[in-house]
Design a protein around this ligand. Structure first.
Ligand code: DX5
Ligand code: ZN
Length: 228
């Protein structure tokens, strides 16, 4: 089980300290939401901010989620800034394959994200080429939105596919994840949980991470069978 606090919900006046807080809290990954004002109706932060934060959380795996219309111009800058994994969206259609190869050529792990209205069938051609599938559980663009329950069957399908096809991509969920929805997602087969509001907005983030991890663990339907 991976718990990945999203920096989007951190205090933007002190991002270095916030990243340190996530590391001290026992998080596994730091999730970095990159929005370009085009693919989604909001703007967050860019590679220079990620590079500035990187030395504050040396042990955390940096999970960079690109909600951007032209990721090709951003892959190298984010790789240099300290990304460990770069996630692109399947809604970019014919751009997806070249982007996957470019991320691999930079020596980074590859993630593929899918938005709530997009059919899960769209990701099928890429499943043997990725390290992680991100099933979005809100429409991307803003933190603090409510979990969309209609996304749960997509998680079940993605988990069934990796077992049938003997693939070992991680299955991540992002958006509206809290102590109630983390249980539903874990039961559906998710193993990697992004949470912004539910973790960064807690006074005691360490306790919040621990509790979320325990709930995910207690609802795990058989992760041990997978080689993640
Ligand atoms: C949504 C982002 C999410 C967001 C999650 O566009 O991709 O990562 O930060 O925030 P919460 O956990 O507050 O829904
Ligand atoms: Zn995200």
């Amino acid at each position: 089980m991976i718990i990945a606090p999203s920096l989007l919900a951190a205090d933007f006046t002190r991002l270095g300290k916030e990243a340190e807080r996530a590391e001290r809290a026992g998080a596994d990954w730091l999730h970095l939401d990159i929005m370009d004002g085009q693919f989604v109706p909001n703007i967050s932060f860019g590679p220079d901010v990620v590079a500035a934060v990187r030395p504050h959380a040396k042990k955390l795996f940096f999970d960079v989620h690109l909600m951007c219309g032209k990721p090709e111009i951003l892959l190298e800058p984010f790789a240099k800034a300290g990304a460990d994994q770069i996630i692109i969206h399947v809604e970019l259609h014919q751009q997806v394959t070249p982007l996957i190869w470019k991320i691999k050529s930079l020596g980074k792990k590859v993630g593929l994200a899918i938005n709530p209205p997009t059919s899960i069938a769209e990701v099928q051609p890429y499943l043997d080429k990725i390290d992680l599938l991100l099933v979005m559980t809100v429409n991307p663009g803003f933190g603090g939105q409510s979990f969309i329950h209609e996304c749960l069957p997509k998680i079940q399908q993605a988990d069934a596919w990796r077992r049938e096809k003997k693939l070992n991509y991680r299955l991540e969920v992002d958006g509206g994840i809290n102590n109630a929805t983390v249980a539903e997602c874990a039961r559906a087969g998710a193993d990697t949980f992004v949470a912004g509001t539910a973790l960064f907005r807690q006074h005691n983030m360490g306790a919040a991470v621990k509790k979320m991890r325990k709930i995910a663990h207690d609802n795990d339907p058989g992760l041990a069978d997978l080689k993640l």
